[in-house]
Structure formats: structure tokens, C-alpha cells
Design a protein around this ligand. Sequence first.
Ligand SMILES: [Zn+2]
Ligand SMILES: [Zn+2]
Length: 343
Amino acid sequence: MPAEDAIAPAPKWTAEDEFDESYEEKEGPKPPIIMVWRNVLLMGLLHMGAVYGLFLIPSAKPFTLIWSKYHLLPSITPASRGRPGGIRRTSSAPPCLNSISCMLRVRCSGHHGRSSQVNDIYEWSRDHRVHHKYSETDADPHNATRGFFFSHVGWLLVRKHPDVIEKGRKLELTDLKADGVVMFQRRQVFSLRLFLWFIQFYKPSVVIMCFVVPSLVPWLLWGESLWVAYFLPAVLRYTVGLNATWLVNSAAHMWGNRPYDSNINPRENRFVAFSAIGEGFHNYHHTFPFDYSTSEYGCKLNLTTCFIDLMCFLRLARDPKRVSSEAINARVQRTGDGSHRSG
Ligand SMILES: [Zn+2]
Ligand SMILES: [Zn+2]
């Protein structure tokens, strides 16, 4: 990032979020695509179940529909998903902010699993930094130049490109390694039984939090059929949440304006900002990756920023990084596409 765009000397680890222009894709044929058939099967079944769930909507009880909608919001809010909200925004944030986000993630790791397909915090953050550093190249885990399907979900169905693995290994990730909660989850060694339950039985917790609890509540509390309770508040809701999150990697890298930097692919996409509660201001986010708000406009269409602000107000997080309006305006003038608006 050019010096005039920075508000203050950035912490050392934020360099891991900055685009690396020196990287060049290897010449010659691309490596073969290796399918991960387990993920193909699971995703196929999940999406078929979600489509079937749509047909069950007319036969569902009103409380079940309310529960499905109510449960969808927590499943994509920062406290529970952590992936876009907590980790995307804290992947270059101070360790203190990282810690609280991670604690929230551990608390709701079932939802976290939904978002990132049972990757732990460390792995998700590492892949996300590689995404920023080598955006739209072979070393980008969800390289959007490979098309909408690949960047949306296809990248989860195949083995990573060797450059993604190689570049990921080279990141220092010192802040993550210094973060106790992240490494507890990573190494699965924590003495408290509660955390052990979440960590050791991490994947079962995904099943419990994402499928069992959302299904049992309507069945037990207001007599919904278990069949409907499984396919609507569990399968359909989970699938909608997944796709809303994936749009950040696909749609927000393809469609929208580029008011901050017209030289990069990520766009400002208000639909994605709405569906992923604040993650659609993606041209801004890739231009200023260390800004916790991922947007120039604070809480507007950005529930995740409200949540982090609340955590700061409660002193559970502190020192969130922001970009000054002078730096934003300078960047808009220098590299924007002319579509910048003041609000
Ligand atoms: Zn990001
Ligand atoms: Zn991106």
C-alpha cells in the first residue's frame, strides 16, 4: 500500500494482507484438478435437501418459519460465524480484537464450521491472507478468474492449487501463533473441559449446533413434524447461510463498482453487503484490508461493524483500525473508477 494511503505505520503482520505484485504464476500447463469426492457428495446432498425444504414451506407451522428466519440471522452474524465477521475483519487486526473474536467463535464453533467448512480459525485466517496477498492468481484459494462457480463453492470441492499451499506455508502468522485461543483450537489441547468439548468434538459440535438443535426446538416446543423441522430450520437455513457467505468470494469479486481501486477485481456490491451483513464492500476491503469496518460507511448495511463496535463499547475489544477520510479521498482520486459517492 502506498505511504500516502496509510493512516499510521501498520503493524508488521498486516503486510501479510497486502497484495504481492512480485508473484508470477508458473508457466506451462496447470496442475491436474483433484476432486474431493467427500465434499462433492456432502454439498450435493445438502443442496438437494435445501431445494426439497423449499417445497415444505407451505406445510410448515408459522413458528417454524419464524424460527428458521430467526436462526438464519445468528448463523451469519459475527458472533456465531466468525469467519467473515470475526476473522475476516481481525485477520489483520490487533491481537486483542482477534482474541475476543476467537472466543466468540469457539463459543459458537458449530456455526463457524458452517461458514468455513470445518476449517479452524488458524487455517481460515491463513487462507484468507493468501487470498488478499495473491488475489486472482493461482495462489488465491478461491481465485475468481476461474469463474463464478469455482470462487463460490468449487474451490471447496477440489484440492488446493500447489501455489496456495506453498504461499500459505511462507506466511509468518506471528499474531495468530501468539493468540492463545486460536492455537488452542488448532492444537486441540486445552485443559478446561468445556473447551475440550468444543475443540475435541469440534465436528460433532457442527452437527449439533447446525442441525440437531435447530431441528429439535420446533419439534419439542410447538409440535412441528421432525421431517419439516429438519429440512427447513436446519438444512435450508444452513444452505442459505452458506451461499450468502460464499457470495463474498464470487459475486463481490465480479459485479459492482470499484470506487477505491479500479485496478483490482473486488467490487462494491450492495446485494452482497446485505446478504452477508456487511461483507460486500469488497473493493474497499481489498484496498484497505486492515480497516476493521471493511467499509467507508460504518454501520450502514453493516451489522458486523455494529457488533464489533458493541464489543469495543463493552471493552471486550479495543483499538480497531480505521482509515482516515483524507487517505480514502486521496486513494479515490488516484486509483478509483469515478463512481465514489459520499454516503
Ligand atoms: Zn478479507
Ligand atoms: Zn476477496
